[in-house]
Design a protein around this ligand. Sequence first.
Ligand SMILES: Cc1cc2nc3c(=O)[nH]c(=O)nc-3n(C[C@H](O)[C@H](O)[C@H](O)COP(=O)(O)OP(=O)(O)OC[C@H]3O[C@@H](n4cnc5c(N)ncnc54)[C@H](O)[C@@H]3O)c2cc1C
Ligand code: SF4
Ligand code: SF4
Length: 430
Amino acid sequence: MVIGGGITGITAAVDLADAGHEVVMVERLPSVGGRMLQLSETFPTLDCAQCTLTPRTVETGQHPRIKLIPYAEVEGFEGQAGDFTVKIRKKASYVDWSKCTGCGACEEGCPKKVKTNPFERGVGVKKAIYTLSPQAIPNKPVIDAANCRWINTKKCGVCAKICPVGAINYEMADSFVEERVSAVVVATGFDTYPLSAFGEYGYGELPDVIDPLAMERMLSASGPTGGQVRRPSDGEVPQSVVFIQCAGSRDPAHHKPYCSRICCMYTGKHARLYKHKVHHGKAFVLFMDVRATGKGYEEFIQQSVEEEGLVYLRGRVSRVYQEGKKLMVEGVDTIAGHPLEIPADLVVLASAIVPNEGQAKLAQILGIDVDANGFLREAGYKTASMDTVREGIYIAGCAQGPRDIADSAAHGAAAAGRVQAFLARRGKSA
Ligand SMILES: Cc1cc2nc3c(=O)[nH]c(=O)nc-3n(C[C@H](O)[C@H](O)[C@H](O)COP(=O)(O)OP(=O)(O)OC[C@H]3O[C@@H](n4cnc5c(N)ncnc54)[C@H](O)[C@@H]3O)c2cc1C
Ligand code: SF4
Ligand code: SF4
């Protein structure tokens, strides 16, 4: 079983299935793809995230040896390595997916717009019946029960009237299934540190201070703004953007002690993509130092500075506050040693990478450990970073610690290799 259908889990699942093993994939969201579904273009090549991801999600959805259980979570776990029994809660989607053709008519017709859907990070709206993205696999909608007018007030029912195949079922309840599996790969990924944790940047209450995934949604051609960068407060194109790196990372006194590893790179990417869209705009990157350690990464940053006109300033920000329509970014230039004050239209925080919600609880259910920062604990950092204290359970990707797509996919493949070695030792051939 693979838990989590991001690029890490997908890589592990496809490798195991290609090797002849039957794989069950449990994904919490209605579709697979993980954070990559939210991304625009990707460093260091600036190719479109969906172009890399879609062939992999399609392969996962169509593989004859992968059984996909989306919109589901693990609730119970017993047994031992080689023979685990897993209890899975399938959340009510209120749509009978065996009838649904994915035509999208319900989503188009639904009158209820929801601003709080976590996928759009506050940048755009989703309907009360929605799919995650146009390329979603599976491409079937779910109803957001907390916001559906029929479920809450018995008024509306538009989607049921529109659906040509009668797939809407407002009475659907959660259900449970059990699966028996020999081994488990946990690839539950990450989230970003919430804006509400940053008192110095307005506790998430300044609408034009946004998190990095909100910036991704804005930059994404298939996203809520069609790829245009807009100020959330008034929809205007920002003429000056300040990007603050290490927001919450490398700050043991107030936030997280560790380096989140990918923020230097995605910030350079964000600033470049902003300049590609707003040619005359000013992009300032405030950094502690730039850690660009992957292949081609240093060159990416150098090119950003030399050819794209980004202004990199080594500085620490003490405060961001609103002054009229502007955000004032106050701090210190740590090379020149003088105070900094930059008026900006938009501020993008490169917030720390943190474990996904519910990861500690899942670890407890599975009988594995988390580390001091809540990431899944590996049995040995250098040569056994996919192993856990419990035989038959392996971990991979950002669930174990922050990493980029290339390293996540490699870690997923490595975990699949570990599972195969384990099964071979147990004499369980494909
Ligand atoms: C703003 C930003 C920009 C980025 N840009 C780039 C880039 O340009 N290039 C690059 O190389 N990297 C980039 N990254 C990093 C990239 O997003 C990650 O490397 C990659 O998504 C990690 O994949 P993953 O599968 O480990 O985790 P995720 O993508 O987080 O996937 C984890 C999956 O597990 C599911 N899940 C979570 N909990 C459970 C549960 N309890 N049960 C079942 N399922 C669960 C989630 O719903 C999700 O589908 C960026 C990251 C950020 C934050
Ligand atoms: S019943 Fe709910 S999901 Fe269906 S159209 Fe109305 S608000 Fe949207
Ligand atoms: S209208 Fe019916 S068939 Fe079409 S996507 Fe919605 S639920 Fe599925």
